[in-house]
Ligand binder design. Structure first.
Ligand SMILES: [Zn+2]
Length: 333
């Protein structure tokens, strides 16, 4: 039991010391100056470090499709347990399910429906189970993107380490898959102060970890266009928080399928896109595959050609072309 919950329990019947009450309503412990003490210039410069630029929502999708659907699978497997350096056998086995069972079940479903997807893979995950590369490449429809080297918490790393791991991840994925990745997804969906600069120097054409829109947009760095396409994600469109069986927010897979269906229906109505993130070690389980099948059936019921199922890379290049964005701009140009 935590100090916080015991304080709440005791407060009904005995005198509670002041320090314990303070625990019941925790104040963030930080040396940072709170926002109310900032100048407007400080607020602007922090907000502008990485911000959404112009919308890259196209006037039309290819071949008269009404909306685009982008499926991502973050193939984290054991790297989430390994990254902090204190893995347990149980956690590793839970994660190994993705490599051993989940991925194949997902690929089989995608192939049955001839649906392409993008697989963001930490290179350690692929090195631990290299057969996953052949499985993903089997249909010739799928894309592989960078997802850190070992799913490292990039926000906590010094510039030189983050840079070295991104380079290593690109080099190893290129070697293992035979193609240089063009897309990046940050482990745990966050940027350090150096991440965007590293992505620009590494030649990425698109990024998919931020959340300013549900349509594609251009990333700005300190107010300047970068030419990098952002394909935004959202926690409500990620399986990890809601499917966590030991988490406080667990939801039934069929209820989650309804969230995905509602998100798709609005995207279809607005002519925009749905980007859904899943993990083989989470969504590869049987009851979750049922939820994914419900979504696919709902989308396919719109009729042939009504939806553009595409990889992230294909959507990024399509919106780049439609918006006449040009190539990503190296820093300082
Ligand atoms: Zn991940």
């Amino acid at each position: 039991m935590s100090i916080r919950s015991s304080a709440l329990r005791m407060s009904c019947c005995i005198a509670v010391p002041g320090w314990l009450l303070a625990q019941a309503q925790p104040v963030p412990q930080t040396t940072a100056k709170p926002g109310w003490m900032w100048t407007m210039d400080s607020a602007r410069s922090v907000v502008n470090a990485v911000r959404a630029g112009r919308s890259l929502q196209p006037a039309k999708w290819p071949n008269g499709a009404r909306a685009a659907v982008l499926l991502s699978f973050d193939v984290d497997n054991e790297t989430v347990a390994l990254r902090f350096g204190e893995p347990t056998v149980g956690a590793l086995s839970q994660a190994e399910y993705g490599a051993r069972v989940g991925l194949e079940r997902i690929i089989t479903l995608l192939d049955r429906h001839k649906i392409p997807a993008t697989f963001f893979i930490p290179s350690v995950s692929l090195a631990l189970t290299p057969s996953m590369g052949d499985l993903i490449k089997r249909s010739g429809r799928n894309e592989i993107g960078v997802h850190g080297w070992i799913h490292e918490m990039n926000v906590t790393l010094p510039d030189s380490v983050e840079r070295r791991l991104v380079k290593k991840a690109i080099d190893e994925l290129t070697k293992m898959t035979g193609a240089r990745p063009v897309g990046y997804r940050a482990p745990s969906w966050n940027f350090s102060p150096n991440t965007l600069a590293i992505l620009r120097e590494s030649g990425f054409r698109y990024e998919s970890s931020l959340m300013s829109d549900d349509r594609a947009y251009e990333l700005l760095q300190n107010g300047q266009p970068t030419g990098i396409v952002e394909l935004p994600v959202q926690w409500i469109l990620d399986d990890a928080p809601l499917f966590d069986p030991v988490g406080a927010r667990y939801a039934s897979p069929r209820d989650i399928a309804q969230v995905w269906i509602d998100e798709f229906d609005k995207a279809y109505e607005e002519g925009t896109m749905l980007l859904l993130t899943m993990h083989p070690h989470i969504s590869g389980h049987r009851s979750r595959i049922v939820a994914f099948e419900l979504l696919i059936a709902h989308i396919e019921a719109k009729g042939a050609g009504k939806v553009w199922w595409a990889t992230h890379g294909d959507v990024a290049e399509y919106v780049r072309g439609e918006a006449k964005l040009g190539d990503p701009r190296p820093r300082g140009k």
